[in-house]
Design a protein around this ligand. Structure first.
Ligand code: GTP
Ligand code: SPV
Ligand code: MN
Length: 589
């Protein structure tokens, strides 16, 4: 037990509600990890993988109906409905506490409650924040150990802070994993998260989306900073100088891949390197130098497994070679793992993510499309030397992007911050397996925050506009799209490491080192300014022209679709509407 009075009182209160057989306080030690791993292996909650080939690695299967975030069961519980806004599900706090309280009542009978203190952000950073998660799942404890700075370090941070009672109160119970009794509720006004009935990552690792984004964005708005669904990376130039970018892409749209990309040969030969600071979340503040500085609040990566190979993302694959938790991938007879797109031949036999025998003739996928690895960030071969810098890293450019088969070009730059906010606010993307529901339909996903904004999204745009006025030297804002398709449905742009070519143009633009064409939608590269050395077999100057083309018809439709989305808002800032009118005018619509 820890000494903190506020923490103890709250834990006792939650224990009276959930009635566990006992409470185990998590300290984050190695011995504790070993003990819990043994226990979970004995109960079948996890399987130990081949310890020679994958030291410290374990395997877990979720329930078949519990494999992704559940946005329709995720609620923002503010006292006023308008404060949750038109894009969030809302429940009143009274109703939510009563409804979930009923479900939590006795939900941990016969189980142990684990009390996990955790810290989001580096231990030495004044901007870090503490949460306590109470859970009845060892799988959650083991994941939180990788994804956050967990245990004593967090409690010490809280006890030394100005207000040792200021922590995010997170309560989680698997209950019976019944989707009918599954709710993920956020109470931003109470610094509280209640999650019940799920055992899947984003629903239950409360430090991640629930705290760092939903509660985080609410705190950020109140306190004048930004909590965003963004990767952070550094590009080191041959002279050793490093420029940083942050990029918001919706779930399963390439953040982890971009964050760890390996520059193409031409650039490596010149001496360019890419360093990873974070792959999913950025907390950003205005620094004393007037620039925007970003910290990755997380401690590990919870990455999409399928498609991760030595070709597409060797750094991610190498990160997962030890001390990693694999969830819902395929299991091989030798106690290692496999997934579609791993770059190795399909195994002759395997056990699929549901636990059934699988062969290459099986009609179903061996790994779930949203199967994941949980791996310590410090193990990443390209982790930045600055990733735990308490002040963060200064951001030169912000990228917005999604999966767009047709409309969005490879890259364009906004005219200024306000236009950039409009570009972010009008992001759209084809849906993926990262959330339950139909895959492949276009939906608006402003700043990749649609499922993660903890308050009224109209106010969120307003906050972005306000921040722009306060940052003396703001990052430049760009839009990218790696996912344009040809008429046969193939990706035109090779993507992955080749995206460096676009990032290079972006950084040059941010420095004012390269010219651009002014178009109706923004500044665009002169086709010859996108380097294609070494790519000539796949990409010609004409391909680049095609990737940069703007089809007026599609844009007219796009704007129509944006307007339908905006029609739901009653707090849409005038500046956003004005930007849309200006765009229409420039397009001659
Ligand atoms: P979350 O963890 O859900 O937030 O996802 P993410 O944004 O980190 O996505 P990730 O990098 O894991 O990529 C998701 C999927 O997109 C994988 O199947 C990748 O192979 C694929 N992908 C990533 N980058 C590219 C790219 O440049 N081009 C193409 N065609 N596919 C890509
Ligand atoms: C996402 O869906 O954006 C993820 C995975 O990064 S989860 O933790 O489930 O949110
Ligand atoms: Mn994500």
């Amino acid at each position: 037990m820890y000494k903190n009075k506020a923490v103890n009182e709250w834990v006792q209160e939650m224990a009276q509600l959930t009635k566990p057989d006992g409470i185990v306080w998590i300290d984050g030690s190695e011995a504790e990890k070993e003990r819990l791993t043994e226990q979970a292996a004995a109960s079948g909650e996890i399987l130990l993988l081949n310890q020679e080939k994958l030291p410290g690695c374990v395997y877990h299967r979720t329930a078949e109906n519990d494999v992704a975030r559940v946005e329709h069961l995720t609620f923002i519980c503010t006292s006023k409905k308008e404060d949750a806004g038109p894009t969030n599900n809302w429940m009143s706090p009274d109703e939510a506490y009563a409804k979930l309280g009923g479900l939590f009542d006795g939900s941990m009978k016969g189980r142990t409650m684990y009390a996990i203190p955790y810290l989001m952000g580096p231990a030495a950073s004044p901007f870090s924040k503490v949460g306590i998660e109470l859970t009845d799942s060892i799988y959650v404890v083991l994941n939180m150990r990788i994804m956050t700075r967990m245990g004593k370090v967090a409690m010490d941070y809280l006890d030394a802070s100005d207000d040792p009672a200021d922590f995010v109160k997170g309560l989680h119970s698997k209950l019976d994993l019944n989707p009918e009794r599954r709710y993920i509720c956020h109470f931003p006004e109470d610094n509280t998260i209640w999650s019940i009935g799920s055992g899947y990552g984003g629903n239950v690792l409360l430090g991640k989306k629930c705290f760092s984004l939903r509660i985080g964005s609410y705190l950020a708005k109140t306190q004048g900073w930004l909590a965003e669904h963004m990767l952070i990376l550094g590009v080191e130039a041959p002279d050793g100088k490093v420029d940083y970018i942050a990029a918001a892409f919706p779930s399963a749209c390439g953040k982890t891949n971009l964050a760890m990309m390996i520059p193409p040969e031409y650039a490596r030969e010149k001496g360019y390197k890419v360093w990873t600071v974070g792959d999913d979340i950025a907390w950003m503040r205005i620094g004393e130098d007037g620039r925007l500085w970003a910290v990755n609040p997380e401690y590990g990566f919870f990455g999409v497994a399928p498609g991760t190979s030595m070709k597409s993302n060797p750094n991610a694959l190498l990160t997962t070679k030890k001390n990693t938790i694999f969830t819902n991938v395929a299991l091989l007879p030798d106690g290692t793992v496999w997934w579609e797109g791993m770059g190795t031949d399909a195994p002759a036999e395997a056990t699929d993510w549901k636990g059934n025998p699988w062969t290459p003739d099986s009609p179903e996928k061996a790994a779930h499309p949203n199967s994941r690895f949980t791996a310590p960030a410090g193990q990443c071969p390209c982790i930045s030397s600055e990733w735990e810098n308490p002040q963060g890293v200064p951001i030169s450019a912000i990228l917005f992007g999604g999966r767009r088969a047709k409309v969005a070009p490879l890259v364009y730059q906004s005219f200024d911050w306000e236009h950039g906010v409009f570009v972010g606010a009008t992001m759209g993307s084809e849906t993926t397996a990262a959330a339950a529901g139909q895959v492949g339909v276009v939906r608006r996903d402003p700043m990749a925050m649609l499922p993660f904004c903890g308050y009224n999204m109209g106010d969120y745009f307003g906050h972005w506009l306000e921040m722009g006025k306060k940052i003396p030297n703001p990052p430049k804002i760009f839009n990218v799209n790696w996912f344009r398709l040809d008429d046969e449905g193939h990706f035109i742009w090779p993507g992955y490491g080749e995206n460096f070519r676009v990032v290079k143009w972006i950084l040059d633009r941010a420095k004012g080192a390269v010219d651009a064409d002014e178009t109706a939608i923004g500044y665009m590269p002169k086709p010859e300014d996108i380097e294609i050395t070494g790519l000539e077999d796949e990409v010609s100057l004409d391909t680049i022209r095609a990737l940069l083309s703007i089809d007026k018809e599609s844009w007219a439709q796009e704007i129509e679709n944006q307007s339908e989305f905006f029609a739901k808002f009653d707090r849409l800032p005038d500046a956003v509407r004005a930007q849309q009118s200006a765009l229409k005018k420039r397009l001659g619509l």
